[in-house]
Design a protein around this ligand. Structure first.
Ligand SMILES: CC(=O)N[C@H]1[C@@H](OP(=O)(O)OP(=O)(O)OC[C@H]2O[C@@H](n3ccc(=O)[nH]c3=O)[C@H](O)[C@@H]2O)O[C@H](CO)[C@@H](O)[C@@H]1O
Ligand SMILES: C=C(OP(=O)(O)O)C(=O)O
Length: 424
C-alpha cells in the first residue's frame, strides 16, 4: 500500500489544469448502455473510479477503448448482450456511481441485478429514492442477497417526487432520468437534483436524442423517445477538484492559476473563500487564487447545489483549522461526515463535533504526524492540512484519494509542494 509524505510549509505557485468531473463522467459512462452505436467522450479523468466503471461496463458487454486523442470510446448496440444484467458486488462495492447502471439496464434490457453500492463511508446512504422512482415507472424490485433485482416490461412515464429527508438525491435523479428517457410517454421528476453533474448527464442524453427539459431546475420533464444514438461529448471540469486546488493555494498563501474551470459551477466555493479573505479572480475558464491577507474564520453550511457542496466540506475544514478564531460547519447533507476531524485533531486542530455541526477553534499551528484517510474528500482535507503543518505528515490509506484525484502528489509537487508517494 502507498502513503503520501508531505513536508509542510511550502508556498504553492504556478498553473494547474483541472480534469473532467468524476461525478459527471461516471453516470454518463453508465448511460452509454442506453445508446446504439459508438460514443467518444472527452475529459474523462484517469482515476480508479473510472477504471472500476470501465470494468462494470465491459462485464455488461461494452466495447470500451482509450482513443489516441485522450477520449474514451464506448460502444453498446441495441439488441446485443440482453442476457448481461449483473453488476457484481466486487466492483459495485468500490464506489457509489456504479449504481447508475440500474436505470439503463432496466430500460434497455428489461432486467437488472445490481449489488447495493458502496462508496465513501460518510453516513447513511440508502437508495430508497432511486427504487421509489424506478417503481413509479413500472419496475418490479426486490432485494436478494445484497442485490437489487429489478425487472420491467415497458416503462411508462409518470410524475415522481424525489424529495428525501435531506433534500434530494443526485445519483437517484440520474437513475430515474436514465430509466425515463426511453419510457413510453412523459415523465416529470419533481424535487430533482440540479447539480452540474446531473445537468451534464441530461445534456449528454439530449445530444444522444433524448428530450429532457427543465435542466438545471428542480422539475425535469422527460418525453420518452424510441432510441438514442452514440455521440461525441466533453465532460464538464471537476468543480470539486478545482475547489480542492483553490484551497491548496489559499492554505499555503500561494498564488495558483487554475485552467479549465467552470467558474459558474464554483460560485459558492469562491464566495466562501472571498469571505475568508482569499483573493479569487475568475476570468473565463480560468481562476487565480492568491492572498497575502490575514484570513477570517467563517461559518459554512453544506447544502444541495447551488450552495456549498458537501464534497468540499473536509477541505474547508482543513483551511478553517488554520485560521485563528471560531468557525462553525453545518453539514446538512451527510450529518455524520466528520470522520476527518479525528485525524485533523491528531495534527493539533481543535474541533468539537456535535452532529450535524463541527465547531473549530482555529490556530495557525498544525503539526505533521501519521494520519489515516477514511474517504476521498477526507483524504483531500488531510493533504491540504499537511501542506501547512509544521514538520512531516504521513498520510496512509491513500487508495481513497486515488479514487477521485489524478496524480495529486505530482500536480501539487509541480506547484512547489514537498510531497511524495512512498510504498509502505
Ligand atoms: C458519485 C457521486 O456523484 N457522488 C456524489 C453524490 O452521491 P449520492 O448521489 O449517493 O448522494 P445523494 O444526493 O443521493 O444523497 C444526498 C442525501 O440524500 C439521502 N438519500 C439519498 C438517496 C436515497 O435514495 N435516499 C436518501 O435518503 C442520503 O442519505 C443523503 O443524506 O451526491 C452527494 C451529495 O452531493 C456527493 O457527496 C457525492 O460525492
Ligand atoms: C463521496 C464521493 O464519492 P462516492 O459518492 O462515490 O462515495 C465523492 O466524490 O466525494
Amino acid at each position: 500500500m502507498d502513503k503520501i509524505v508531505i513536508e509542510g510549509g511550502h508556498r504553492l505557485e504556478g498553473k494547474v489544469r483541472i480534469n473532467g468531473a468524476k461525478n459527471a463522467a461516471l453516470p454518463i459512462m453508465a448511460a452509454c448502455l442506453l445508446l446504439h452505436g459508438p460514443s467518444r467522450i472527452k475529459g474523462i479523468p484517469n482515476i480508479v473510479d473510472i477504471q472500476t466503471q470501465i470494468k462494470i461496463l465491459k462485464n455488461l458487454g461494452g466495447d470500451i477503448r482509450h482513443i489516441e486523442d485522450g477520449s474514451l470510446g464506448i460502444i453498446f448496440r441495441d439488441g446485443e448482450h440482453k442476457e448481461k444484467i449483473t453488476a457484481p458486488y466486487d466492483l459495485v462495492r468500490k464506489m457509489r456511481a456504479s449504481v447508475c447502471v440500474l436505470g439503463p439496464l432496466l430500460s434497455k434490457r428489461g432486467n437488472a441485478k445490481v449489488s447495493y453500492p458502496g462508496g465513501c463511508v460518510i453516513g447513511q446512504r440508502p437508495i430508497d429514492l432511486h427504487l421509489k422512482g424506478l417503481k413509479a415507472l413500472g419496475a418490479r424490485i426486490e432485494t436478494d442477497e445484497g442485490y437489487v433485482i429489478a425487472s420491467a416490461g415497458t416503462l411508462k412515464g409518470t410524475r415522481i417526487s424525489l424529495k428525501g429527508q435531506y433534500g434530494t438525491t443526485v445519483l437517484g435523479t440520474c437513475n430515474v432520468m436514465t430509466a425515463a428517457v426511453l419510457a413510453e410517454g412523459t415523465t416529470i421528476i419533481e424535487d430533482a437534483a440540479c447539480e452540474p453533474e446531473v445537468q451534464d448527464l441530461a445534456y449528454f442524453l439530449n445530444k444522444a436524442g433524448a428530450k429532457i427539459s427543465g435542466i438545471g431546475g428542480s422539475i425535469l420533464t422527460i418525453e420518452g423517445v424510441k432510441e438514442l444514438h452514440g455521440v461525441d461529448y466533453e465532460i464538464i471540469p471537476d468543480r470539486i477538484e478545482a475547489g480542492t486546488f483553490m484551497i491548496a493555494g489559499a492554505i499555503t498563501k500561494g498564488e495558483i492559476t487554475l485552467e479549465n474551470v467552470r467558474n459558474d459551477h464554483l460560485v459558492a466555493t469562491i464566495e466562501k473563500l472571498r469571505e475568508i479573505g482569499v483573493e479569487v479572480t475568475a476570468n473565463g475558464n480560468t481562476a487565480v487564487v492568491k492572498s497575502n491577507n490575514t484570513y477570517r474564520p467563517a461559518n459554512i453550511t453544506t447544502m444541495p447545489y447551488p450552495c456549498l457542496p458537501t464534497d468540499m466540506q473536509a477541505q474547508f475544514m482543513a483551511l478553517l483549522c488554520t485560521i485563528s478564531g471560531k468557525s462553525v460547519i453545518a453539514e446538512k447533507i451527510f450529518p455524520d461526515r466528520f470522520i476527518h476531524s479525528a485525524e485533523l485533531r491528531r495534527m493539533g486542530a481543535d474541533i468539537r463535533v456535535d452532529v450535524p455541526y463541527a465547531t473549530i477553534n482555529g490556530s495557525p499551528f498544525l503539526s505533521g504526524t501519521h494520519v489515516m484517510v477514511s474517504d476521498l474528500r477526507a483524504g483531500a482535507g488531510l493533504v491540504l492540512a499537511g501542506l501547512v503543518a509544521k514538520g512531516t505528515t504521513h498520510i496512509h490509506r491513500i487508495y481513497h484519494l486515488d479514487r477521485g484525484y489524478e496524480q495529486i502528489e505530482k500536480r501539487l509537487s509541480q506547484l512547489g509542494a514537498h510531497i511524495t508517494r512512498v510504498s509502505e
